[in-house]
Every structure is written in C-alpha cells, then in structure tokens.
Design a protein around this ligand. Structure first.
Ligand SMILES: O=C(O)CCC(=O)C(=O)O
Ligand SMILES: [Fe+2]
Length: 208
C-alpha cells in the first residue's frame, strides 16, 4: 500500500491544472457490463428531461432518472427533481465505485442517450445542492462516446473516449474551473447509459 497516495499508481490526472480527473478505464468485465447495460435500460424509470433555458421550457430527447439515499430534492437547469429509492443494480454499482475510488456517494443522476444525435452541452456540476469539491463518479455502459473538458478561462480542451463499463472521476476544484460536455456525433447510432454518482448536501440547513 502506498501511504502517501490512496490512488492506484496507473491513475494520472488528465487535467493540466485547476482540477482532478482520473480515468479508471473498464472497471466492470465485458459480460457484467453487457448485463448492467440491458438491465439499466429496462429497470430504470427513464423520463425525458425538462430544462428551462432563457425562460423557455425545453423537453430533451435524452432521458434521465435520479436515485438516492432518501427523497432528496435537487435543482438544476431551473427544474427541481425528487430522488427515487435505489434499485439493487444501482446499489451494487455504487458499492463497486466506492471501493474503487475510496469515496462515498449518496445519489446518482442517470442519462440515456439513444444515439449519437443526443449529447450534453458544455456545463459544470457545481450546483448548490452538491457537496463542494465533492467527487463525481461517472460510469458508462453501451456505445463509446467522446467526453471533453474546457477550461473556463484559458479555453484549453482535453478529451477522451468513455468505454463500455468504464469509470471516470472528477474531483477537487474541477467543477469551478472546467466545463465538460458529451458532444453529439454522427458516428454513433447505438444507445449509451451513463450514471453519475454524486454527494448531495442539504445546504438549506447549514446556511440558515
Ligand atoms: O454522459 C456523461 O458522460 C456526462 C453526463 C454529465 O455530465 C452530467 O450528467 O452532468
Ligand atoms: Fe456533468
């Protein structure tokens, strides 16, 4: 065991500064990843997402779902959601990535991209309901897609491919200094399921 660094040696920070992003590669075997992919497609309560952008309500083609330890309320893109209770598969995956990362998570936002036509625009996940500088663990199943980071000041970009059964972790001040996105692409016509495990905190209590 390395007493000075609890991360496996193969992990390096993909960002040159102002944040930490570690790509663990495939953390789930191909056969388990296939099983989780099919199971998540069918067992999750997928809904089209609603966002309010420039005062207009937009219904996304991408589907989303939100699960957690309790009925948290979570606000993003000007809409408020309430978490559903964990399914067995989600709890198994949460345990797996908690062990891989030595972090803990209390909720998961899931995204279903039906094909490469669907993506997610530049954003950061520093919403007020999230633990400040908390880790976000992102598991991917299904189609491989490109994922990119852009520094908010320098506009420098970094990108990588998120593989079937892979884990990406963003932590430290990443959300304050970098945007990320899942670019749409004509090259992909299969679905991808993404799970982002997060830590929600009740900021209304501490700030009262
Ligand atoms: O689909 C992904 O890999 C990322 C999704 C994402 O950035 C988010 O849900 O905040
Ligand atoms: Fe995000």
């Amino acid at each position: 065991m390395d007493l000075f660094n609890n991360e496996p040696n193969f992990l390096r920070n993909l960002l040159p500064k102002d944040g930490i992003v570690n790509y663990y590669g495939k953390v789930v075997s191909a056969s388990d990843a296939n099983w989780y992919y099919e199971s998540l497609l069918h067992s999750i309560d997928w809904k089209n997402d609603e966002a309010i952008i420039f005062g207009k309500s937009i219904i996304t083609k991408r589907k989303v779902a939100w699960y957690g330890d309790s009925e948290f309320e979570y606000t993003y893109s000007n809409t408020t959601k309430r978490a559903l209770a964990w399914t067995n598969e989600l709890l198994e995956l949460k345990t797996l990535i908690e062990q891989a990362t030595s972090e803990t998570f209390n909720s998961c936002l899931l995204n279903l991209y039906h094909s490469g036509d669907e993506g997610m625009a530049w954003h950061s996940d520093g919403e007020k309901d999230l633990k400040r500088n908390g880790a976000i663990g992102s598991l991917s199943f299904g189609a491989e897609r490109k994922f990119a980071f852009k520094h908010k000041q320098t506009k420098e970009t970094i990108s990588l491919i998120l593989e079937h059964g892979s884990l990406l972790v963003m932590k430290g001040p990443t959300q304050s200094n970098w945007l990320h996105r899942l670019p749409p692409t004509k090259m992909v016509n299969k679905p991808r399921v993404n799970l982002t495990f997060r830590t929600i905190v009740d900021n209304s209590r501490s700030s009262a």
